[in-house]
Design a binder for this molecule. Structure first.
Ligand SMILES: [Zn+2]
Length: 209
């Protein structure tokens, strides 16, 4: 049976999403989930400052005696550059990791170099094998699962003995993005997920993930 067309009364999501659900006010489940995420995970004012200080202190404590106390992903964009700036401002000792997946622009690379030089933060650039990563990204798109950009940082972090990776995303602007189906964000699943997705959607014999 064809579903009648409906669009959310609050956002632009509509019945082209086969799993969308509307409440009695015509508000979609993505908007309701956004409200819930913001309620649980966005802290402002005094509470926000206190939570942040606690996290910073925990990172500093865990990183005692190590060369770096956290890993931050840097893309050359505003979000991750701001995180690098704030990390330094808080007195953290971050290792910046950049994932060169073949999409880098010269400007982005220059931004990274300039910002990290000014902030006196070491940079580790992970260069991916382009043909393999291209194949893998296509597989993840076909499977409608998150593209494994951050998996490399998650994999690198325990190798360095740095337990808490830092990444930049804005709950307020990005929590509205509908989650892909199925959702596999758990780090423990990454090896299995990446391998299975690759085997299911590529003909590649890629081995490095
Ligand atoms: Zn909506």
């Amino acid at each position: 049976m064809t579903r009648p067309y409906q669009i959310c009364t609050r956002c632009v999501m509509d019945t082209t999403d086969p799993d969308i659900q509307f409440d009695e006010n015509g508000v979609c489940n993505h908007c309701r989930e956004y409200d819930e995420v913001v309620r649980r995970r966005v802290f402002t004012g005094v509470e926000g400052v206190r939570n942040l200080e606690q996290i910073v202190n925990q990172i500093k404590g865990d990183g005692n005696g190590k060369q770096y106390d956290c890993v931050i992903g840097v893309s050359g964009g505003v979000d991750s550059t701001f995180v690098a700036y704030k990390a330094k401002q808080f007195g953290l000792r971050p290792l910046a990791v950049h994932l060169d997946n073949g999409w880098d622009s010269e400007l982005a690379v220059r931004n990274i170099e300039n910002a990290l030089k000014k902030l006196d933060i070491d940079l580790y650039t992970l260069v991916l094998e382009w043909e393999e990563f291209k194949d893998l990204q296509l597989a993840f798109l076909k499977a409608s699962t998150p593209i494994p950009r951050f998996l490399a940082i998650m994999q690198l972090s325990p190798l360095c003995g740095i337990p808490l990776p830092g990444s930049a995303s804005s709950m307020l602007s990005q929590a509205t993005i509908p989650a892909p189906r199925p959702i596999f964000h758990l780090p423990g699943l990454r090896g299995t997920l990446t391998g299975c997705t690759s085997r299911a959607f590529t003909n590649s014999s890629a081995q490095s993930h």
